[in-house]
Write a protein that binds this ligand. Sequence first.
Ligand code: NAD
Length: 340
Amino acid sequence: MADPAKTVAFIGLGVMGYPMAVNLRKGLSAEYTLLICDVNKDAIAKFQKQMEGKGPVEVVENGLEAVQKANMIITMLPNSSAVKAVYLSPTTGLLPGALSTASSSSSSSSSSSSSSGTPHPKMLMECGTIETATILEVASAVKNTTLFSGTLTFVDAPVSGGPMGAEDGTLTFMVGAAQTADFETVKEVLAHMGKRDAVFHCGDVGAGTAFKIINNYLSAITSLAASEALNIGAKMGLDLKLLTEVINVSGGQCWVTSKSNPVPGVQENVPSSRGYEGGFRIELCEKVLRMGAQLAGDVGARTVLDGPALGAFGEAMRDERYRGKDARVVYKWLNESERR
Ligand code: NAD
């Protein structure tokens, strides 16, 4: 078996995880083994084929096997139930795996003078956008496990940048880590998948997820707000390119108006100008906005705009004309809707 200290596991080879794992394998030196794991066997087979000759790649069946073989485990999972399954399942989970590794390591050390008896430190890292309550549940379970073995650390490190950023290796990472040293450890690995200067230590475990959710809360609402404003101009027959230009040097300027304008043809190389394809899907936008509303409720922060914005995104994404498109498709939805 490869040295666990020189083995990294990646679980969840989906839209985001697959290209992240490709960049990780390319970034790690050949003395490192990359373990891959996904319930989708096609993704595993494709990855093995694509990465042939690019350094050692091995397949593991689940979190339990991954943590027994690797000291660093990265997960890129779609939702809370997948996270709970991968981390907490008593039969296949990362945490029971770490516990069994720690106890077998310490019992073998009592009969072997060559070993220090200290199991290798294990670092677990979730990079998906997962409900804060689940992240904190896993963090608390890890803490209890740490009390037993003293060797297990969990950080949350959600990303911004979407599938294009994952492919280009230019993701931003928002890391929640209890200790600066933990952050420095994960930063070395994350730098293979993102920009080194865009790996941020946001605070304690859970803070990375909070940063991510709060940012997306704002960008979801500005997507709708910019779309409403520009649609007023459209209904008046104004020059929307000029209107955008003026907004972008005035008080209404925001990322949406300047970098991903919702009006087709106003900017080149943005989703709205290619049929709202290849951007941040409206369903994901709605999911994270909902998480933001939930987080606001959990911490007692008063909000006004989340309710109407959720209603708008919900109505648009239930309509097959807008479903699956970039979230800025709310402009088209407004433009094609009757005023109520
Ligand atoms: P996805 O559904 O394409 O990928 C998830 C992968 O996890 C799939 O390959 C699935 O088979 C695998 N998986 C699910 N359960 C598993 C289990 N128990 N064991 C092993 N593998 C399992 O999702 P995605 O678009 O790659 O997103 C992943 C995460 O990143 C989500 O939390 C999402 O919110 C977040 N995110 C997505 C984007 C985006 O634009 N797609 C951008 C930023 C963040």
